[in-house]
Design a protein around this ligand. Structure first.
Ligand code: C2E
Ligand code: MG
Ligand code: MG
Ligand code: MG
Length: 280
């Protein structure tokens, strides 16, 4: 009886591993062509300035509709791209598309910025800052309208190299945001060490903010520390008006989340500087 159970478990376990490997293999195998053919799309989610009611920025988020597998979650194809050595090409492709789509917003009076997520290989590859400078120049995208989002974990490897890369980016006028702040395994010393500009408080602290005094304390502490360090703060994953109002009362003016808008194709944002009244 026990033996049979164990055997069943082993079989199930094997099948799961097999299925996952095939999927992963399929994803990795079709990635280079998808990147080359421009099948990776870029959606944009606004970051709201909740006091002025305008769009402070747009975060570019990669989307991939696989011909056989359907929509692949970004973390899954980002991981596949990283493991198969295609993440550099993916970053460049997303960056180019995002900038091109963003160019019409340059003239907008609200002066929104564009945020693009970068990966760990971009930070440690050595070529990224120079490549970026070239891309921005060729597209006519001013560096001071670009924010690059990195996660805390990305900065844990070779500190010297990461600091050099970030310094080169900063010298171009690019700003750096720490994404998913508070979830990584790191001390906060790096915030001044790396001279970042923005921290994005992870949505896990926002989810229960209305009911959890503990999460409120953490968010208050982050906001106060950010103010001391002269950093901007954004809260991500804001899903309700209640969360939004509370966060605003705590001093977090910049917010991003489904309560304002889901990520949408660029066309949706043409000429928009604020959200339609009902949504904001
Ligand atoms: P992220 O950079 O932290 O992006 C925010 C994620 O949260 C996005 O998921 C967004 O759709 C989602 N989100 C926004 N508002 C809400 C909300 O109110 N509630 C909830 N539950 N979720 C919300 P998405 O687009 O699936 O991307 C997931 C992650 O994949 C990103 O997290 C980022 O780490 C990575 N990623 C996406 N696009 C790229 C890219 O072009 N390059 C790199 N390197 N990574 C990317
Ligand atoms: Mg991000
Ligand atoms: Mg995030
Ligand atoms: Mg995230």
């Amino acid at each position: 009886e026990a033996k049979r159970n164990r055997r069943t478990q082993v079989v199930t376990f094997d099948r799961r591993i097999h299925v996952r490997t095939t999927r992963q293999f399929q994803i990795e195998a079709s990635l280079p062509d998808a990147i080359a053919r421009g099948e990776i799309e870029v959606y944009f989610q606004p970051i709201l300035d909740t006091t002025r009611g305008c769009i402070a920025g747009f975060e570019a988020l990669a989307r991939w509709q696989h011909p056989e597998l359907g929509a692949i979650p970004p973390p899954e194809f980002i991981r596949a791209a990283t493991e198969s050595g295609h993440i550099g090409a993916l970053t460049q492709c997303v960056l180019r598309k995002a900038c091109l789509d963003f160019l019409p917003h340059l003239a907008s009076p609200a002066q929104p910025y564009l945020a693009v997520n970068v990966s760990v290989s971009d930070i440690y590859g050595g070529e990224f800052p120079a490549q970026l400078a070239k891309t921005l120049a060729s597209l006519g995208m001013p560096a001071n309208r670009l924010v690059l989002e990195v996660t805390e974990d990305m900065l844990l490897g070779d500190e010297q190299l990461a600091a050099e890369t970030l310094a080169q980016l900063r010298a171009q006028g690019v700003r750096i945001a720490i994404d998913d702040f508070g979830t990584g395994y790191s001390s906060m010393g790096y915030l001044s060490h790396y001279q970042v500009h923005i921290i994005k408080i992870d949505r896990s602290f926002v989810r229960n903010i209305a009911t959890s005094p503990q999460d409120q304390k953490i968010v208050r502490a982050i906001i106060s520390m950010a103010a001391d360090l002269d950093l901007s703060v954004i809260t991500e994953g804001v899903e309700t008006q209640e969360q939004s109002a509370l966060l605003r009362s705590m001093g977090c003016v910049l917010q991003q989340g489904y309560v304002f808008s889901r990520p949408q194709p660029a066309a949706q944002w043409a000429g928009m500087t604020r959200l339609p009244a009902a949504a904001g």
